[in-house]
Design a protein around this ligand. Sequence first.
Ligand SMILES: [Zn+2]
Length: 382
Amino acid sequence: MDYVAKVSSLTGDVSTCHEDRTRAELGCRQLACENADMTAQTLTLTRPDDWHLHVRDGAALASVLPATARQFGRAIIMPNLRPPITTAAQAQAYRERILNVVPPVLTFEPLMTLYLTDNLPPDEVVRAKAAGVVALKLYPAGATTNSDAGVTDIRKTYATLEAMQRAGLLLLVHGEVTDPAIDLFDREAAFIDQVLEPLRRDFPGLKIVFEHITTREAAQYVGSADANLGATITAHHLLYNRNAIFMGGLRPHYYCLPVLKREVHRLALLAAATSGDKRFFLGTDSAPHASQLKEQAVCGAGCYTAPCAMELYAEAFDSVHALNKLEAFASFNGADFYGLPRNIGTMTLVRAPLVVPETLPFADTVIKPLRAGETLAWSLRA
Ligand SMILES: [Zn+2]
């Protein structure tokens, strides 16, 4: 049973709001639809997956991993540790460390990735595939946290990309150029022209995920591309524009990369996420940094959204009366794009206030989740 059917049983038929009617009728129907969404008190979804996640390592890993395992069946684990995960053996060992901190009552599967460097050998791709690694991550050198070992020139990686295309491993891209001469807010659009378009031309059989897209240009580019290009979208880029970073003073917990953009871009992302296009799917890019490292002169990029990720996505979809599109975005599209089975089991969100804690334990210190101290409209049913 899909979500529309589930809500219908509670509130009446919401699907009628999409019927083609006269303008007057449509206005009336839209009102009915809004009322239906507003009165939906529960939302039961197939268990979702997070297709872009940072969980760090050691004590920090143990602090943050349970929050994701509580919400998601699987997650694509980013390889940007220090040193980065560049071999199949390292990925397997990291996977074991992750599984060791999954709470015993939960089931959770980490999906491992390697960090693409200028000289990652093609042989390692074959070993990675055999070890269950599903993708390699391209960070342009210097693009974000722990990306110093990233790719300096994409052409240096072509032999490795050919091996990936042959093996059926996906390429995940942090889609920003790092040229300091290019304005920070234009780096994603420049990446499309300078890197992504030539890359797709040269590797038409390579599946690519344009990670955490932030602009109208990226949403349009993915929307008009073929079936081998997908994109993840974070909850914070669906909920906020760049004003959030500067509201009443500089707010480091809203600083992430790619940085939040203008409202027109946020609206384009919301439209893409709720469009029903199967190539857009959920990736939180939850990126934990200790509070004291965020609240200093130079702060790391990243928003920690894992503890209430689905509540935040529900808020974003609810804001445009598109809760009926959340299940495909969160639970189906990513698995289908990766060629993996959809999860068994469900999760239920209820329209009940949730106060986000001011801080949470993080190794031997604390971390501030996004929306700390605020009240969210949706919460996960325990
Ligand atoms: Zn990331």
